[in-house]
Design a protein around this ligand. Structure first.
Ligand code: MTE
Ligand code: MO
Length: 321
């Protein structure tokens, strides 16, 4: 087995401890069991050619592993407006969404437009574990051990053209299976849409997640695959993706369209820039309650400043919220 180690440029190679407990794909196969394994198409996975491993150091001193938010909190306190606006709605109602079969259409300014089926995704990319901080614009946060692969690996297969400067993403929109989209309180112009600049999309931290805690992604967290952009507010991390387009112009996104004065396109986590209705200086780290709020300071770029600040050189981060 080849071991490709992506070294974060900000971390000296001497700091890399090979015994770090990152799950590789084999460990994931072992960790997944029963229905989870079959839902992931793991028979395809295990029969695939010997995978190479890609290990990315996102937790250099191992401290994030100790801070992981319990599985129950990660999967019961969610934002997924397609199933309702209450934090408990996704866990209660998202099982009505059928995630198999699943097709992702990739097009726009690419040389090889096409489709990916879930089986292709599961057998075609090296899965790895990434423990990331995740910060919602509503000032709550969690630490999640995601399973996934870099979005760059997916995009490269479709050969983005040089005119491409942005990437647009769309969530499944199936009214019959998504009660929140039928609700009179629904505010979003469905399907849910998000976007990134192409260089943000290609950044090695930008992840396509297919699982968490070594298990298949639960529907409420965006099954079968969702984006995770850890230095941006959570709404950028679009769930249950069915379409990806490379574009020349900055795409319209759901939250920015709805409330442009409250939600920006970049939406980089920034404790210095308050939301019009609340401060972003602190966050409630889940699990949090009125008795134990678990309030911690919010970090610039959610703690990923060294890795990503270079993407925004010369930009006024207050103006380009
Ligand atoms: N399709 C879709 N994606 C979405 C949302 C949504 O309502 N619909 N909510 C976003 C918001 S605001 C957050 S904070 C995260 C929540 O992810 P989690 O439930 O896995 O914590 O998903 C994001 N992705
Ligand atoms: Mo959010």
């Amino acid at each position: 087995m080849t071991k490709r180690i992506y070294t974060d440029p900000s971390i000296a190679s001497s700091e890399i401890t090979p015994e770090s407990v990152f799950l590789n794909r084999r460990a994931f196969i072992k960790a997944s069991s029963g229905t989870a394994a079959s839902a992931l198409g793991l028979s395809t996975l295990s029969s695939a050619a010997e995978p190479s491993e890609l290990i990315y150091k996102t937790d250099p001193d191992g401290s994030l592993r100790g801070e992981q938010t319990p599985y129950d909190a990660v999967t019961s306190y969610n934002n997924f407006y397609e199933f309702g606006t209450d934090k408990s709605d996704p866990a209660r109602h998202a099982d009505s969404m059928a995630t198999d079969p699943w097709t992702i259409k990739v097009g726009g300014l690419v040389d090889q437009p096409g489709e990916l089926h879930l089986e292709d995704v599961m057998s075609g990319f090296d899965l790895e574990e990434r423990i990331y901080r995740f910060r919602c614009v509503e000032a709550w946060s969690m630490v999640v051990p995601w399973i996934g692969f870099p979005l760059s690996a997916l995009l490269k297969r479709f050969a983005p053209r040089s005119e491409g400067r942005f990437v647009e993403f769309k969530t499944l929109y199936r009214r019959s299976e998504m009660r929140g989209t039928r609700s009179f309180t629904s505010v979003i112009d469905w399907p849910y849409r998000e976007g990134l600049r192409l260089d943000e999309a290609m950044h090695p931290l930008t992840l396509v997640a297919v699982g968490l805690y070594g298990k298949t992604l639960p529907n409420q967290n965006g099954a079968p695959l969702r984006l995770v952009v850890p230095w941006k507010y959570g709404f950028k991390s679009i769930k249950s993706i069915v379409e990806i387009n490379v574009t020349a112009e900055q795409p319209e996104t759901s939250w920015q369209t709805l409330q442009p004065n409250e939600y920006g396109f970049f939406a980089n986590v920034n404790p210095e820039v308050d939301h019009p209705r609340w401060s972003q200086r602190f966050e409630r780290k889940l699990p949090s309650s009125i008795f134990k709020p678990n309030r911690v300071p919010t970090l610039p770029f959610n703690g990923y400043e060294e890795q990503v600040a270079g993407l925004y050189e010369g930009m006024d981060l207050r103006q380009f919220y």
